[in-house]
Design a protein around this ligand. Structure first.
Ligand SMILES: [Zn+2]
Length: 259
């Protein structure tokens, strides 16, 4: 069958409307966020039911009628079935979906965000040796970089002067998106803001690493247990402070799984 639009996307939200229909929010690379009515998903032999679930990555096929695109079929590419073995992974994947649903925009190129969530869900479902704190933090930092909120590693967050070396004490100002130079810190009037956090050089280097490597390498680093905790906390703060958002799924994750 010739379709009017075929597009790859991942379901980040599903809302049952009645026994047979669902409203799906999908993130696609070329058309950004799309809200799609999936009709008759419970019908026997429905060409739509298999892919009409949260976390499913599929090719969505639409036909045009009355000047509207109607979903006709879904060809499933990956369901990330490994996720269902572990409730913590499902909780994290739900958080990633909520973030995408918030930051992605309709009719916008969202290829990078799509690739990011596919990489992270793949890691949660298949790379069980990768620690979850690392996948979560990498998702958070890479999201910020893609959204144009990458931290500044080269100059002081307050005065803007070039950072030739790391300051003696590293204060990461989350709202400003960078660290404070020795000179600014030595000012008598200097006080870190409530979103200013002292971090170790290891944490700083890990943040810089994740923000500057290609996605394929974002899960290839090591941190000692103390720095892990600090790094995880900073990445989570950074995304919530910069986006000025509270994520329901993050609250759930924190309450149930944060160590
Ligand atoms: Zn400065």
């Amino acid at each position: 069958m010739a379709y009017d639009l075929t597009i790859d996307g991942i379901v980040v939200k599903e809302l049952p409307l009645n026994d047979n229909d669902k409203l799906l929010t999908i993130i696609t690379g070329k058309k950004g966020k799309m809200t799609v009515l999936a009709k008759g998903i419970k019908a026997v032999n429905s060409k739509r039911s298999a892919g009409a679930h949260l976390f499913c990555y599929s090719e969505f096929c639409f036909v045009k009628r009355d000047d509207r695109l109607w979903l006709d079929a879904i060809e499933v590419k990956d369901t990330f079935s490994g996720l269902s073995n572990d409730i913590e992974s499902v909780a994290l994947a739900s958080y990633f979906c909520e973030v995408l649903s918030e930051v992605c925009v309709e009719e916008n190129e969202e290829q990078d965000m799509l690739r990011l969530i596919l990489n992270c869900l793949y890691a949660l479902a298949n790379l069980t040796a990768k620690p979850k704190w690392m996948i979560k933090a990498a998702f958070e930092l890479q999201t910020m970089c893609i959204q144009g909120f990458a931290p500044n590693f080269d100059s002081c967050a307050l005065c803007g002067s070039e950072l030739k070396s790391l300051p003696k004490h590293i204060i990461f100002e989350l709202t400003q998106g960078g660290i404070v130079c020795d000179k600014c810190m030595s000012e008598e009037t200097y006080e870190p803001t409530k979103d200013g956090h002292k971090i170790s050089p290891e944490t700083f280097e890990a943040i810089k690493y994740v923000c500057t490597v290609p996605q394929a390498k974002m899960l290839s680093f090591k941190l000692d247990p103390f720095a892990q905790k600090e790094f995880s906390a900073i990445c989570e703060h950074y995304i919530t402070v910069q986006l000025e958002k509270k994520f329901r799924t993050l609250d759930y994750y924190t309450k149930n799984f944060a160590k």
